[in-house]
Design a protein around this ligand. Structure first.
Ligand SMILES: *[C@@H]1O[C@H](CO)[C@@H](O)[C@H](O)[C@H]1NC(C)=O
Ligand SMILES: *[C@@H]1O[C@H](CO)[C@@H](O)[C@H](O)[C@H]1NC(C)=O
Ligand SMILES: *[C@@H]1O[C@H](CO)[C@@H](O)[C@H](O)[C@H]1NC(C)=O
Ligand SMILES: *[C@@H]1O[C@H](CO)[C@@H](O)[C@H](O)[C@H]1NC(C)=O
Ligand SMILES: *[C@@H]1O[C@H](CO)[C@@H](O)[C@H](O)[C@H]1NC(C)=O
Ligand SMILES: *[C@@H]1O[C@H](CO)[C@@H](O)[C@H](O)[C@H]1NC(C)=O
Ligand SMILES: *[C@@H]1O[C@H](CO)[C@@H](O)[C@H](O)[C@H]1NC(C)=O
Ligand SMILES: *[C@@H]1O[C@H](CO)[C@@H](O)[C@H](O)[C@H]1NC(C)=O
Length: 252
Protein backbone atom coordinates (compact mmCIF):
# COMPACT_ATOMS: atom_id res chain seq x y z
CA UNK A 1 0.00 0.00 0.00
CA UNK A 2 3.00 2.32 0.47
CA UNK A 3 3.55 2.52 -3.25
CA UNK A 4 -0.04 3.57 -3.79
CA UNK A 5 0.12 6.43 -1.27
CA UNK A 6 3.22 7.92 -2.87
CA UNK A 7 1.50 8.13 -6.25
CA UNK A 8 -1.51 10.19 -5.14
CA UNK A 9 0.18 13.57 -4.37
CA UNK A 10 2.07 13.28 -7.66
CA UNK A 11 -1.20 12.78 -9.51
CA UNK A 12 -2.79 15.75 -7.71
CA UNK A 13 0.20 17.95 -8.55
CA UNK A 14 -0.15 17.02 -12.20
CA UNK A 15 -3.86 17.87 -12.28
CA UNK A 16 -3.13 21.21 -10.54
CA UNK A 17 -0.49 21.94 -13.18
CA UNK A 18 -2.98 21.19 -15.95
CA UNK A 19 -5.68 23.39 -14.40
CA UNK A 20 -3.21 26.27 -13.98
CA UNK A 21 -2.03 25.87 -17.58
CA UNK A 22 -5.61 25.79 -18.81
CA UNK A 23 -6.44 28.92 -16.81
CA UNK A 24 -3.40 30.76 -18.09
CA UNK A 25 -4.12 29.89 -21.69
CA UNK A 26 -7.56 31.43 -21.29
CA UNK A 27 -6.23 34.50 -19.47
CA UNK A 28 -3.60 35.08 -22.15
CA UNK A 29 -6.17 35.29 -24.95
CA UNK A 30 -8.27 37.75 -22.93
CA UNK A 31 -6.48 40.91 -24.06
CA UNK A 32 -6.99 43.75 -21.56
CA UNK A 33 -8.96 46.68 -23.05
CA UNK A 34 -6.47 49.29 -21.89
CA UNK A 35 -3.16 47.82 -23.02
CA UNK A 36 -1.54 51.25 -23.16
CA UNK A 37 1.19 51.40 -20.54
CA UNK A 38 2.59 54.87 -19.83
CA UNK A 39 6.01 55.24 -21.38
CA UNK A 40 8.80 57.22 -19.81
CA UNK A 41 11.09 57.27 -22.83
CA UNK A 42 10.10 59.31 -25.88
CA UNK A 43 7.71 57.08 -27.83
CA UNK A 44 7.78 56.82 -31.62
CA UNK A 45 5.13 59.04 -33.28
CA UNK A 46 2.97 56.15 -34.53
CA UNK A 47 0.97 54.12 -33.80
CA UNK A 48 -0.68 55.76 -30.78
CA UNK A 49 -2.27 53.86 -27.90
CA UNK A 50 -5.63 52.18 -28.27
CA UNK A 51 -8.34 54.82 -28.39
CA UNK A 52 -10.69 55.24 -25.46
CA UNK A 53 -14.15 53.82 -25.90
CA UNK A 54 -16.86 56.43 -26.40
CA UNK A 55 -20.58 56.28 -25.74
CA UNK A 56 -22.48 57.93 -28.55
CA UNK A 57 -26.24 58.24 -28.96
CA UNK A 58 -28.69 59.90 -31.31
CA UNK A 59 -32.10 60.93 -30.02
CA UNK A 60 -35.28 61.38 -31.98
CA UNK A 61 -37.36 64.54 -32.04
CA UNK A 62 -39.55 63.11 -29.28
CA UNK A 63 -36.57 62.34 -27.04
CA UNK A 64 -36.26 58.57 -27.55
CA UNK A 65 -32.83 57.11 -28.29
CA UNK A 66 -32.84 55.83 -31.87
CA UNK A 67 -29.14 55.04 -32.43
CA UNK A 68 -26.54 53.85 -29.95
CA UNK A 69 -22.84 53.21 -30.49
CA UNK A 70 -20.02 52.31 -28.12
CA UNK A 71 -16.60 52.22 -29.74
CA UNK A 72 -13.05 53.42 -29.79
CA UNK A 73 -12.12 55.18 -33.02
CA UNK A 74 -8.82 55.79 -34.73
CA UNK A 75 -8.47 57.86 -37.87
CA UNK A 76 -5.85 56.95 -40.42
CA UNK A 77 -5.30 59.89 -42.76
CA UNK A 78 -2.83 60.81 -45.47
CA UNK A 79 -2.63 64.56 -45.92
CA UNK A 80 -0.13 67.22 -46.87
CA UNK A 81 1.64 68.63 -43.88
CA UNK A 82 2.33 72.37 -43.75
CA UNK A 83 5.39 72.09 -41.51
CA UNK A 84 7.04 69.27 -43.46
CA UNK A 85 5.91 70.49 -46.88
CA UNK A 86 5.18 66.88 -47.69
CA UNK A 87 2.50 64.21 -47.63
CA UNK A 88 2.31 62.48 -44.26
CA UNK A 89 0.42 59.49 -42.90
CA UNK A 90 -1.08 60.26 -39.50
CA UNK A 91 -3.01 58.16 -36.99
CA UNK A 92 -5.22 60.00 -34.55
CA UNK A 93 -7.45 58.74 -31.75
CA UNK A 94 -10.84 60.29 -31.35
CA UNK A 95 -11.10 61.41 -27.70
CA UNK A 96 -14.58 60.70 -26.35
CA UNK A 97 -14.41 63.44 -23.71
CA UNK A 98 -14.12 66.16 -26.36
CA UNK A 99 -16.41 64.51 -28.93
CA UNK A 100 -20.07 65.50 -29.26
CA UNK A 101 -22.58 63.23 -30.95
CA UNK A 102 -25.69 64.20 -32.82
CA UNK A 103 -27.60 62.93 -35.82
CA UNK A 104 -30.97 61.90 -37.11
CA UNK A 105 -33.04 58.78 -37.65
CA UNK A 106 -35.44 57.93 -40.45
CA UNK A 107 -37.29 54.73 -41.13
CA UNK A 108 -34.62 53.41 -43.50
CA UNK A 109 -31.53 55.47 -42.69
CA UNK A 110 -29.82 56.72 -39.57
CA UNK A 111 -26.99 59.22 -39.26
CA UNK A 112 -24.45 59.62 -36.49
CA UNK A 113 -22.36 62.78 -36.53
CA UNK A 114 -19.31 62.97 -34.27
CA UNK A 115 -17.72 66.36 -33.82
CA UNK A 116 -14.39 66.59 -32.03
CA UNK A 117 -13.32 70.12 -31.02
CA UNK A 118 -14.64 71.65 -34.27
CA UNK A 119 -11.52 70.22 -35.93
CA UNK A 120 -12.82 66.79 -36.88
CA UNK A 121 -16.29 65.95 -38.20
CA UNK A 122 -16.99 62.28 -38.75
CA UNK A 123 -20.33 61.10 -40.12
CA UNK A 124 -21.69 57.55 -40.23
CA UNK A 125 -24.72 56.67 -42.34
CA UNK A 126 -26.53 53.38 -41.71
CA UNK A 127 -29.10 52.01 -44.12
CA UNK A 128 -31.90 49.58 -43.43
CA UNK A 129 -33.37 47.24 -45.99
CA UNK A 130 -36.96 46.85 -44.75
CA UNK A 131 -37.56 43.82 -46.98
CA UNK A 132 -34.73 41.76 -45.55
CA UNK A 133 -34.66 43.49 -42.11
CA UNK A 134 -30.89 43.91 -42.48
CA UNK A 135 -28.88 47.06 -41.89
CA UNK A 136 -25.31 48.06 -42.71
CA UNK A 137 -22.94 50.99 -42.57
CA UNK A 138 -23.37 52.48 -46.02
CA UNK A 139 -21.51 55.76 -45.80
CA UNK A 140 -18.69 57.52 -43.96
CA UNK A 141 -17.68 61.15 -44.37
CA UNK A 142 -14.75 62.88 -42.75
CA UNK A 143 -13.84 66.52 -42.78
CA UNK A 144 -10.87 67.64 -40.74
CA UNK A 145 -8.98 70.86 -40.21
CA UNK A 146 -5.98 69.97 -38.08
CA UNK A 147 -3.33 72.57 -37.26
CA UNK A 148 -0.64 71.06 -39.48
CA UNK A 149 -2.81 70.54 -42.55
CA UNK A 150 -1.87 72.77 -45.45
CA UNK A 151 -5.54 72.61 -46.46
CA UNK A 152 -8.69 71.12 -44.87
CA UNK A 153 -9.04 67.41 -45.46
CA UNK A 154 -12.19 65.77 -46.66
CA UNK A 155 -13.07 62.26 -47.77
CA UNK A 156 -16.35 60.50 -48.31
CA UNK A 157 -17.71 57.19 -49.50
CA UNK A 158 -21.41 56.44 -49.68
CA UNK A 159 -21.22 52.97 -51.20
CA UNK A 160 -19.77 51.07 -48.26
CA UNK A 161 -21.02 47.77 -46.91
CA UNK A 162 -19.69 47.30 -43.37
CA UNK A 163 -21.09 46.34 -39.95
CA UNK A 164 -23.93 44.23 -41.28
CA UNK A 165 -26.61 43.43 -38.73
CA UNK A 166 -30.25 42.51 -38.29
CA UNK A 167 -33.03 44.90 -37.33
CA UNK A 168 -33.60 44.89 -33.57
CA UNK A 169 -30.14 43.46 -32.85
CA UNK A 170 -26.79 45.11 -32.28
CA UNK A 171 -23.58 44.55 -34.21
CA UNK A 172 -20.54 43.79 -32.07
CA UNK A 173 -16.83 43.52 -32.78
CA UNK A 174 -14.40 43.41 -29.87
CA UNK A 175 -11.38 42.98 -32.11
CA UNK A 176 -9.79 45.84 -33.98
CA UNK A 177 -11.41 46.27 -37.37
CA UNK A 178 -10.18 48.42 -40.23
CA UNK A 179 -12.77 50.06 -42.48
CA UNK A 180 -11.29 51.37 -45.70
CA UNK A 181 -13.22 54.47 -46.72
CA UNK A 182 -11.17 56.29 -49.35
CA UNK A 183 -7.63 56.18 -50.75
CA UNK A 184 -6.38 58.64 -48.13
CA UNK A 185 -8.60 57.65 -45.23
CA UNK A 186 -9.41 54.52 -43.26
CA UNK A 187 -11.03 54.03 -39.90
CA UNK A 188 -9.97 51.62 -37.15
CA UNK A 189 -12.68 50.54 -34.72
CA UNK A 190 -12.06 49.02 -31.29
CA UNK A 191 -14.52 47.21 -29.01
CA UNK A 192 -17.39 48.28 -31.18
CA UNK A 193 -21.05 47.76 -30.44
CA UNK A 194 -23.62 49.62 -32.48
CA UNK A 195 -27.33 49.53 -33.12
CA UNK A 196 -28.75 52.03 -35.59
CA UNK A 197 -32.33 50.71 -35.76
CA UNK A 198 -34.97 49.06 -33.61
CA UNK A 199 -33.76 50.08 -30.17
CA UNK A 200 -36.07 49.46 -27.23
CA UNK A 201 -35.37 52.03 -24.55
CA UNK A 202 -31.65 52.75 -24.27
CA UNK A 203 -30.57 49.11 -24.29
CA UNK A 204 -28.76 47.23 -27.02
CA UNK A 205 -30.58 44.30 -28.56
CA UNK A 206 -28.95 40.86 -28.71
CA UNK A 207 -25.44 41.14 -30.16
CA UNK A 208 -24.34 39.66 -33.46
CA UNK A 209 -20.59 39.12 -33.31
CA UNK A 210 -18.25 39.80 -36.18
CA UNK A 211 -16.24 37.02 -37.83
CA UNK A 212 -12.99 38.30 -36.27
CA UNK A 213 -14.36 37.69 -32.75
CA UNK A 214 -15.59 34.22 -33.64
CA UNK A 215 -12.18 33.29 -35.08
CA UNK A 216 -10.57 34.62 -31.93
CA UNK A 217 -12.77 32.50 -29.71
CA UNK A 218 -11.90 29.35 -31.65
CA UNK A 219 -8.32 29.27 -30.28
CA UNK A 220 -9.16 28.96 -26.55
CA UNK A 221 -11.86 26.42 -27.43
CA UNK A 222 -9.34 24.25 -29.29
CA UNK A 223 -6.71 24.59 -26.54
CA UNK A 224 -9.31 23.89 -23.87
CA UNK A 225 -10.60 20.79 -25.64
CA UNK A 226 -7.07 19.47 -26.15
CA UNK A 227 -6.18 19.97 -22.48
CA UNK A 228 -9.47 18.46 -21.29
CA UNK A 229 -8.78 15.38 -23.43
CA UNK A 230 -5.30 15.16 -21.91
CA UNK A 231 -6.74 15.28 -18.39
CA UNK A 232 -9.18 12.53 -19.32
CA UNK A 233 -6.43 10.34 -20.78
CA UNK A 234 -4.26 10.79 -17.67
CA UNK A 235 -7.23 10.05 -15.42
CA UNK A 236 -8.12 6.87 -17.32
CA UNK A 237 -4.45 5.80 -17.35
CA UNK A 238 -4.26 6.40 -13.59
CA UNK A 239 -7.42 4.43 -12.87
CA UNK A 240 -6.23 1.55 -15.03
CA UNK A 241 -2.86 1.66 -13.32
CA UNK A 242 -4.49 1.65 -9.89
CA UNK A 243 -6.74 -1.25 -10.80
CA UNK A 244 -3.70 -3.21 -12.05
CA UNK A 245 -1.70 -2.54 -8.88
CA UNK A 246 -4.70 -3.60 -6.78
CA UNK A 247 -4.96 -6.73 -8.86
CA UNK A 248 -1.22 -7.20 -8.32
CA UNK A 249 -1.63 -7.04 -4.52
CA UNK A 250 -4.49 -9.53 -4.66
CA UNK A 251 -2.42 -12.13 -6.50
CA UNK A 252 0.39 -11.91 -3.92
C1 LIG B 1 -22.46 54.22 -21.73
O1 LIG B 1 -23.80 53.83 -21.94
C2 LIG B 1 -24.19 52.71 -21.19
C3 LIG B 1 -25.59 52.34 -21.59
O2 LIG B 1 -26.46 53.44 -21.58
C4 LIG B 1 -24.09 53.05 -19.71
O3 LIG B 1 -24.46 51.95 -18.96
C5 LIG B 1 -22.65 53.44 -19.41
O4 LIG B 1 -22.54 53.85 -18.05
C6 LIG B 1 -22.20 54.57 -20.28
N1 LIG B 1 -20.78 54.80 -20.06
C7 LIG B 1 -20.25 56.01 -20.03
C8 LIG B 1 -18.77 56.08 -19.82
O5 LIG B 1 -20.92 57.02 -20.19
C1 LIG C 1 -40.91 58.75 -31.32
O1 LIG C 1 -40.92 58.95 -32.70
C2 LIG C 1 -40.70 57.77 -33.47
C3 LIG C 1 -40.67 58.14 -34.93
O2 LIG C 1 -40.09 59.38 -35.12
C4 LIG C 1 -41.79 56.77 -33.17
O3 LIG C 1 -41.50 55.55 -33.86
C5 LIG C 1 -41.82 56.48 -31.69
O4 LIG C 1 -42.90 55.60 -31.39
C6 LIG C 1 -41.99 57.77 -30.91
N1 LIG C 1 -41.91 57.48 -29.48
C7 LIG C 1 -42.70 58.04 -28.59
C8 LIG C 1 -42.48 57.65 -27.17
O5 LIG C 1 -43.55 58.82 -28.89
C1 LIG D 1 -4.70 61.61 -51.52
O1 LIG D 1 -3.60 62.31 -51.01
C2 LIG D 1 -2.65 62.70 -52.00
C3 LIG D 1 -1.48 63.34 -51.30
O2 LIG D 1 -1.93 64.24 -50.35
C4 LIG D 1 -3.32 63.66 -53.00
O3 LIG D 1 -2.40 64.01 -54.01
C5 LIG D 1 -4.52 62.97 -53.60
O4 LIG D 1 -5.21 63.88 -54.42
C6 LIG D 1 -5.45 62.45 -52.53
N1 LIG D 1 -6.51 61.67 -53.14
C7 LIG D 1 -7.80 61.93 -52.93
C8 LIG D 1 -8.77 61.04 -53.64
O5 LIG D 1 -8.17 62.79 -52.16
C1 LIG E 1 7.42 72.87 -50.76
O1 LIG E 1 7.76 71.94 -51.81
C2 LIG E 1 7.52 72.46 -53.13
C3 LIG E 1 7.80 71.36 -54.13
O2 LIG E 1 8.12 70.16 -53.52
C4 LIG E 1 8.42 73.68 -53.37
O3 LIG E 1 8.16 74.22 -54.64
C5 LIG E 1 8.13 74.72 -52.28
O4 LIG E 1 9.02 75.82 -52.43
C6 LIG E 1 8.28 74.14 -50.89
N1 LIG E 1 7.84 75.14 -49.91
C7 LIG E 1 8.50 75.35 -48.78
C8 LIG E 1 7.95 76.40 -47.87
O5 LIG E 1 9.51 74.72 -48.50
C1 LIG F 1 -9.70 64.05 -22.21
O1 LIG F 1 -9.06 62.82 -21.88
C2 LIG F 1 -7.65 62.85 -22.09
C3 LIG F 1 -7.11 61.46 -21.82
O2 LIG F 1 -8.01 60.68 -21.15
C4 LIG F 1 -7.02 63.91 -21.18
O3 LIG F 1 -5.64 63.94 -21.42
C5 LIG F 1 -7.64 65.25 -21.49
O4 LIG F 1 -7.15 66.21 -20.59
C6 LIG F 1 -9.15 65.19 -21.38
N1 LIG F 1 -9.69 66.46 -21.87
C7 LIG F 1 -10.72 67.07 -21.27
C8 LIG F 1 -11.16 68.35 -21.85
O5 LIG F 1 -11.29 66.58 -20.29
C1 LIG G 1 -33.30 44.33 -49.83
O1 LIG G 1 -33.24 42.94 -49.61
C2 LIG G 1 -33.92 42.18 -50.58
C3 LIG G 1 -33.90 40.73 -50.13
O2 LIG G 1 -32.62 40.34 -49.72
C4 LIG G 1 -33.21 42.40 -51.94
O3 LIG G 1 -33.88 41.65 -52.94
C5 LIG G 1 -33.26 43.88 -52.28
O4 LIG G 1 -32.52 44.11 -53.47
C6 LIG G 1 -32.67 44.70 -51.16
N1 LIG G 1 -32.88 46.12 -51.42
C7 LIG G 1 -31.90 47.01 -51.45
C8 LIG G 1 -32.29 48.42 -51.71
O5 LIG G 1 -30.73 46.70 -51.26
C1 LIG H 1 -17.69 70.62 -38.36
O1 LIG H 1 -19.06 71.00 -38.31
C2 LIG H 1 -19.30 72.21 -37.62
C3 LIG H 1 -20.78 72.43 -37.56
O2 LIG H 1 -21.40 72.15 -38.79
C4 LIG H 1 -18.59 73.36 -38.35
O3 LIG H 1 -18.77 74.56 -37.64
C5 LIG H 1 -17.09 73.03 -38.42
O4 LIG H 1 -16.40 74.01 -39.17
C6 LIG H 1 -16.88 71.68 -39.07
N1 LIG H 1 -15.47 71.33 -39.02
C7 LIG H 1 -14.80 70.84 -40.03
C8 LIG H 1 -13.38 70.53 -39.82
O5 LIG H 1 -15.33 70.65 -41.11
C1 LIG I 1 -15.84 53.27 -51.64
O1 LIG I 1 -15.81 52.00 -51.02
C2 LIG I 1 -15.93 50.94 -51.94
C3 LIG I 1 -16.04 49.67 -51.12
O2 LIG I 1 -15.06 49.61 -50.12
C4 LIG I 1 -14.73 50.95 -52.86
O3 LIG I 1 -14.82 49.90 -53.78
C5 LIG I 1 -14.67 52.28 -53.59
O4 LIG I 1 -13.52 52.35 -54.36
C6 LIG I 1 -14.69 53.42 -52.60
N1 LIG I 1 -14.82 54.69 -53.30
C7 LIG I 1 -13.93 55.66 -53.17
C8 LIG I 1 -14.24 56.93 -53.91
O5 LIG I 1 -12.93 55.54 -52.51
Amino acid sequence: MKQHNRKQPLFLAFITFLVVTLHQSFAATDVPPTAAAPQTTAPPPAPPARPERGNYTVTNGNGTVCLMARMGLQLNIRFSSASLNNTVQDVLNLQPNVTKSSGSCDSDSATLLLMAEEKTNLTFVFSLNATSSKYHLSGVTLSAAWPDMSEPFSASNSSLDYLRGTLGRSYMCREEQTLAVAVNFSLNTFQLQVQPFGLTGDQFGAAEECQLDEDDMLIPIIVGTALASLVLIVLVAYLIGRKRSHAGYQTI
